[in-house]
Design a protein around this ligand. Structure first.
Ligand SMILES: Nc1ncnc2c1ncn2[C@@H]1O[C@H](COP(=O)(O)OP(=O)(O)O)[C@@H](O)[C@H]1O
Ligand SMILES: CCCC(=O)OP(=O)(O)O
Length: 356
């Protein structure tokens, strides 16, 4: 079998996760942490490019990997224009959109740029896989009660698509024949319904659905508008109150599910109420997504870091198990998903897509 060596890069707000795989086998995985003081000097996320590139290249040297040995480099894709699921070549048009943050500023915009920057040194291909702007929404799912505002498809597509493939394999079913409710339980939470290989409805973790460890989720609109016009907050304050300083962080001062569970076990009633409320909102959204496909579902799938939590998983499962079986795939496995998407293209199992 041909051997492919692939560097995968997943930039997050406080870390850059990297891995080198030979085919499906990891040679090494490393989390490079960026402390808040180091990041403070960059006014925009995009300005961190050079700083993060140098750290990735140092990690390759530390792990005895030469760029010249690599077959391809792949990065997590950011909020680009709405696009179909798949593996994309990082081309000039994409580079421009990643630089300007065409739908939003997000650390994942650095993924394609870092992949291209490193790959171009030896002329190997650079890819992204299932960026957060994968958009397969049905027309019905886009409409709101305010014609000027449509619902947008932004979610943890990379993990949810990879896990849906794994579920199909484990159930020995064709990926395109399954109807699944897919739930990413991470720092942000998204709940979607995938039918025929397409995520036909999904909540954007940054402005809808359940609250999460660090995001506010769906809010009563009038109260939010009143807060925005109160004169007490800048736009940046409000953004932080919605994403970053919201959810468990706002209620309990931590974004760590393990810490919350320690408090619950020690008898902290506030922690219990807030954690249960988060599970309640996730379950309610799963119920809503079940109506999208009239209840005809093969499985509800829970994934992401919080799916490691037996306590949270039980709280959710107790409320939704009447709908369908609940399958648990803990972790976010994004580096592996990037490598899998790249291998499908290098092996000719899938055509690479071109971003326009
Ligand atoms: N064993 C566990 N029990 C409870 N919570 C956990 C556990 N492992 C991870 N988490 C929580 O999962 C969340 C992070 O999930 P993850 O999918 O890694 O998020 P993201 O990639 O969005 O930052 C954090 O709140 C973390 O505390
Ligand atoms: C922008 C939507 C996807 C998202 O929220 O991803 P993270 O949870 O990784 O920030």
């Amino acid at each position: 079998m041909q051997q492919y060596k692939i560097l995968a890069i997943n930039p997050g707000s406080t870390s850059t996760k990297i891995a080198v795989y030979t085919n499906e086998q990891p040679d090494f995985e490393q989390v490079i942490r960026h402390n808040a003081d180091e990041l403070k000097e960059f006014s925009k996320i995009i300005d961190q490019y050079e700083y993060r590139r140098q750290l990735v290249e140092k990690a390759l040297i530390d792990n005895n990997v030469k760029i010249s040995e690599l077959s391809a480099v792949v990065g997590r894709g950011g909020p680009l224009k709405p696009l179909a699921s798949g593996t994309y070549v990082v081309n000039d048009v994409m580079v421009e959109d990643l630089k300007i943050g065409v739908q939003a500023e997000h650390a994942s915009n650095l993924g394609g740029l870092l992949a291209r920057g490193i790959a171009s040194q030896t002329g190997i291909p650079a890819f992204i896989v299932d960026p957060v702007s994968v958009d397969e929404l049905e027309p019905l799912a886009r409409i709101t009660g305010m014609p000027e505002i449509s619902r947008r498809s932004l979610f943890q597509a990379l993990n949810l698509k990879a896990v849906a493939r794994r579920v199909a394999k484990d159930l020995q079913q064709d990926y395109n024949s399954l109807t699944l409710i897919m739930v990413h339980l991470g720092g942000g939470i998204s709940v979607g319904v995938q039918r025929g290989g397409r995520m036909i409805d999904v909540t954007n973790p940054n402005d809808a659905g359940p609250f999460s460890p660090e995001r506010a989720g769906c809010l009563p609109t009038h109260d939010l508008v009143k807060m925005c016009f109160s004169g007490n907050y800048t736009i940046s304050d409000i953004r932080k109150k919605l994403v970053g300083n919201a959810g468990l962080v706002a209620h309990l001062g931590t974004n760590d599910g393990r810490e919350v569970e320690k408090r619950i076990t020690a008898g902290d009633t506030k922690a219990t109420l807030v954690y249960e409320a988060m599970a309640y909102q996730v379950a309610k959204e799963i119920g809503a997504m079940a109506t999208v496909v009239s209840g005809s579902i093969h499985a509800i799938v829970l994934t992401g870091g919080l799916a490691y939590s037996q306590m949270l998983v039980k709280m959710i499962t107790d409320r939704v198990k009447f709908i369908s079986q609940v399958l648990i795939y803990p972790g976010e496995n994004e580096l592996q998903a990037l490598v899998e998407g790249t291998l499908r293209v290098l092996r000719g199992e899938e055509q690479p897509k071109i971003y326009e």
